[in-house]
Design a protein around this ligand. Structure first.
Ligand code: F6P
Length: 546
């Protein structure tokens, strides 16, 4: 048993979970017509409705007591002030400093990181303007038309998700492309139509050691120099964003072309740093600043609002309730806004790389469920794919429904259809339909008794499936910044409550190390006996089949 399970609030929540498991949300709604007002939070640019969860006032009070007992507010203070809460890597967690909107010094290890952040923002702005206005020229004197961001994980998902979400706001001064996969098919396909004289590559890698990114970057250099026949052209076509300047320079990138990252920014939280350079190049620096402003607004909300009115805290508590106490194993992210088509993939990394762990800060095994697996798809597409499972399988999958009041690309009739589905789905998942009702509906349609007996059980929807609804005013840089920051803080609170080190990612190292060894063995055609017989045989089969 871990210390968490001895807390009074934890025990209380365990008892409440037993009671709640036998209740239906329909009853809770029937008993309390004020549920929406009680269990929703309105912010200037968005609304969170969490009333369609298996909760009541007592549950929320117990969850808030858990947040209190686990000292969420104290930990929040530690994070924002730069205490080294990333214990296993002995690092501060200060992505919030990247969007701070203040000149006040923030001292970390004797250095004022506000200065570092501001210097990089100024450098970014100058660079972005030079490229967008055509003053930055390629090796043959032509202006840059295409930006190719090479990076993976946090050095890809955030910027690419935002680029996709904010496409509408791009003036197309440049076209932005993303290469993340080491499968050569991606980079070849992206580079094929581009003119090397007009392309600028951003090599985004916090560590500047990630094999996939380095491989893609080398291929890009070859592609460029096979056109320019001149190594010095790299200076005009490559910039890097990294915390490892030395490696980037060793790679041939000019010192002036390197934008800084810092070890106090986690990869999956780095969108707000120069890792967001491609976004700024696409949208212009002002829009990038609006994105930062939106995130900062959410930081302020998170810092200042009592937990019961605090959107990220409530999102985290609901997730802990559904996962750790009610036993759900996965959670769906279902955006009903085409612009957010990469949000689920982004949140998969943000949530699962942060909290997909099973030991406490002290290194003890946890014997409770931590974070659910995150999956999902755009709403309407998902409706015609896996919603059957959401409605009628015997696994309950809590879901976040995210939609917008206004569409950024209004086409007559479309948005109302989209949003009608959005509202219908959470109602259907919650209310379901019982057998009596199914039979009555079929009878009213004139169906025979035999037909009704045969079909009725299949048409029953038990309902009682939890959902959160996040209704955004409209996708714009500020609102998107706020939404992403809300999830970041949700992840943080969840980690604190569950005693998980949210800011390391040791779980990706084992596979990385093995892959490096295997690559060497394949290249040398010397497959060692230290692999299990399945892996060794697969490698031999692969070699002989080539
Ligand atoms: O997949 C592991 C990981 O370390 C992520 O945490 C990170 O975002 C990604 O690789 C890329 O790392 P880097 O920016 O150092 O290339």
């Amino acid at each position: 048993m871990t210390a968490r399970q001895t807390l009074a609030s934890w025990k209380k929540l365990q008892q409440l979970a037993q009671v709640k498991k036998s209740q239906h949300m329909n009853t809770l709604f029937a008993q309390d017509s004020d549920r929406f007002n009680k269990f929703s939070i309105e912010l200037p640019n968005m609304l969170l409705d969490y009333s369609k969860n298996l909760i009541d006032t007592e549950t929320i009070e117990a969850l808030l007591a858990l947040a209190e007992e686990t000292q969420v507010c104290e930990w929040r203070e530690k994070m924002f002030s730069g205490e080294k809460i990333n214990k296993t890597e002995d690092r501060a967690v200060l992505h919030t400093a990247l969007r701070r909107q203040s000149d006040e010094p923030l001292i970390l290890d004797g250095e004022n990181i506000t200065d570092h952040v501001q210097q990089q923002l100024v450098k970014m702005e100058g660079f972005v303007n030079r490229v967008r206005e055509g003053h930055w020229k390629g090796y043959s004197g032509k202006r840059i038309k295409d930006i190719v961001n090479i990076g993976v994980g946090g050095s890809n998902l955030g910027p690419q998700m935002v680029t996709e979400a904010l496409k509408h706001y791009s003036d197309n001064s440049v076209n932005v492309h993303y290469v993340s996969n080491v499968d050569g098919a991606q980079i070849v396909e992206i580079l094929r139509p581009l003119d090397p004289e007009k392309v600028l590559f951003i090599v985004s890698s916090k560590t500047f050691t990630t094999t996939e990114t380095m491989t893609n970057a080398r291929t890009a250099i070859k592609w460029l120099t096979s056109s320019s026949f001149d190594e010095s052209s790299v200076a005009k076509h490559f910039v890097a964003v990294t915390a490892n300047k030395e490696n980037a320079m060793g790679f041939g990138i000019e010192e002036d072309n390197i934008f800084d990252m810092w070890d106090w920014v986690g990869g999956r939280f780095s969108l707000w740093s120069a890792i967001g350079l491609a976004v700024a190049l696409d949208l212009g620096f002002e829009k990038f600043e609006e994105l930062l402003q939106g995130a900062h607004d959410m930081d302020q909300h998170f810092i200042n609002k009592p937990l019961k009115e605090n959107m990220p805290a409530i999102m985290a508590l609901i997730s802990v309730w559904n996962t750790t106490f009610l036993g759900s194993q996965s959670q769906a992210i279902l955006p009903y806004d085409q612009t957010l088509h990469m949000l689920t993939a982004y949140l998969q990394q943000a949530e699962m790389e942060s909290n997909g762990k099973s030991v406490t800060w002290q290194g003890d095994d946890v014997d409770y469920a931590t974070v659910p697996s995150i999956w999902g798809e755009l709403g309407i597409n998902g409706q015609h794919a896996f919603y059957q499972y959401l409605h009628q399988s015997n696994n309950v999958v809590p879901a976040d429904f995210i939609g917008s009041v206004e569409s950024v690309t209004p086409v007559q009739g479309h948005h109302e259809t989209l949003m009608s589905n959005f509202f219908a789905q959470t109602q259907a998942l919650m209310a379901g339909v019982d057998e009596q009702q199914v039979r009555a509906d079929l009878k009213a349609k004139g169906r025979t008794d035999d037909y009704i007996d045969k079909v009725a059980p299949h048409k029953v929807h038990k309902g009682n499936r939890p959902t959160n609804t996040i209704l955004l005013k409209r996708i714009d840089p500020k609102t998107l910044g706020s939404l992403i920051a809300a999830y970041e803080h949700k992840i943080f609170v969840q980690g604190i409550i569950l005693q998980i080190c949210s800011f390391d990612q040791w779980g990706v190292e084992l596979g990385k190390g093995l892959a490096a060894d295997i690559q060497q063995e394949l290249e040398e055609n010397n497959i060692s006996d230290r692999h299990d017989c399945s892996t060794a045989s697969l490698m031999r089969f692969y070699q002989s089949a080539k």
